[in-house]
Design a protein around this ligand. Sequence first.
Ligand code: AMP
Ligand code: ZN
Length: 466
Amino acid sequence: MLRFRNTLTGELEPFEPIEEGRVRIYACGPTVWNFAHIGNFKTFVFYDVLRRYLRFRGYKVTEVMNVTDVDDRIVEQTIELKISIEELTTKYLDYFLEDMATLNIEKPEVMPKATDHIPEMVALVEKLLANGMAYEAEGSIYFRISAFEPYGKLSGKKLEGNQAGRGGRVDAQEYAKADVSDFVLWKAPKLEGERSWDSAIGAGRPGWHLECSAMSMKYLGETFDIHAGGEDLIFPHHENEIAQSEGATGKTFARYWLHSKFLNIENQKMSKRFGNFKTLRDLLENGVEPMAIRYLLLSAPYRTQLNFTADGLDAASASLERMRNFVRRVREAQSAPDGDGAGGAAAARMLEAFQAAMDDDLNTSVALAAVFSLVNEVNPMIDARKISDADREAILAAIERADGVLGVLALGEDESVPAEILELVAQRTEARRSRDFRLADEVRDRITAAGYVIEDSPDGTKVRKR
Ligand code: AMP
Ligand code: ZN
């Protein structure tokens, strides 16, 4: 039975979706004001493993991952750079999508942008104004948390007494944990050059929390199965999402809350704020293979912290190589016509252990250990020529099934180079011919980032999958 540790209760709970056979997930997505760092990608790889495992278990999945393209950081950045929100965010969304593909992260079914959903957000605020859960002050609109009795049920942070928030009101989207206070739903413009939208609730822009309530309910219904995010989002972001949504509908918002622990670097949280972050591109430039990064990020269960080190990355790379070599050896193993079926039996045991581990709140490290016990069991069988054709098929099928979740081997994937990469190669050749080396380098970086390597030789340029 599949179980998840639900942040809402702290318990390991059996998973039962609302609709049989289908799971609806909302996952908090990127803020597209800069490159995502690999800490962010620990969380995005977790979402990916979650959706892949639900499919492994036979569910159909609808995942909505929002794109935050208006918030405090974006507004500040665009004012500083004197560019529009669209200019800034389109660029970084494109980079983000490329990075997702590089890490073999499947694209969620819906990736709504906040700025495309202003009317839905305004409608939600109107509902909250109408039922007294929201009020206006100095042109902005705030959520009255004293009006929402269960406030704090996710994070355990309670409003003490009955005053309208000890800290009064907050406008900032990120605020101190002690500040249990009325938070902003709709912000009147305050800064020179700040983008705002005209609406029935006045000119302004949405507070950060609002988008997730409006877009999740639009695409998944007022109650859906799983809400996921990084641990930093529990408070205030998810607490506030619950308040806005349940305050408006009177219904349970999300049933299972799953939060990933952070990626640390030198034992400190990796964060833009601390300046201690590495982007995927930083690592690729240093010759690290994308699948080794994916392997590293999923090698610890999502609810455990992972410390990023060069040694850890090397170890991930070596494990991945070991897995690949194993697949190669099994493929090339001489068939033993009178094999005793031990290889096939070991494959079946691996899948059972893999599933048991993943059923336990997605314990990827135990699941990987199951794969490696198969490697350890079967390698001597190959040496002893005990692998029959049926064994081989069973072992390869089992590895392929496990990798449908892990996504690190990309077995059965087409080795041919896709048209868009060939197009980029042509662009680069053209740029070199016209001696525009800057453009040529830029195009080459994009090809590398997509997981391909270019080799120039006197006979021309060759491209292949890394
Ligand atoms: P942001 O783009 O800042 O909105 O963050 C996108 C996602 O990355 C959120 O779900 C965050 O919780 C998550 N996140 C941010 N930093 C880290 C980190 N160091 N490790 C894991 N997840 C993170
Ligand atoms: Zn969110």
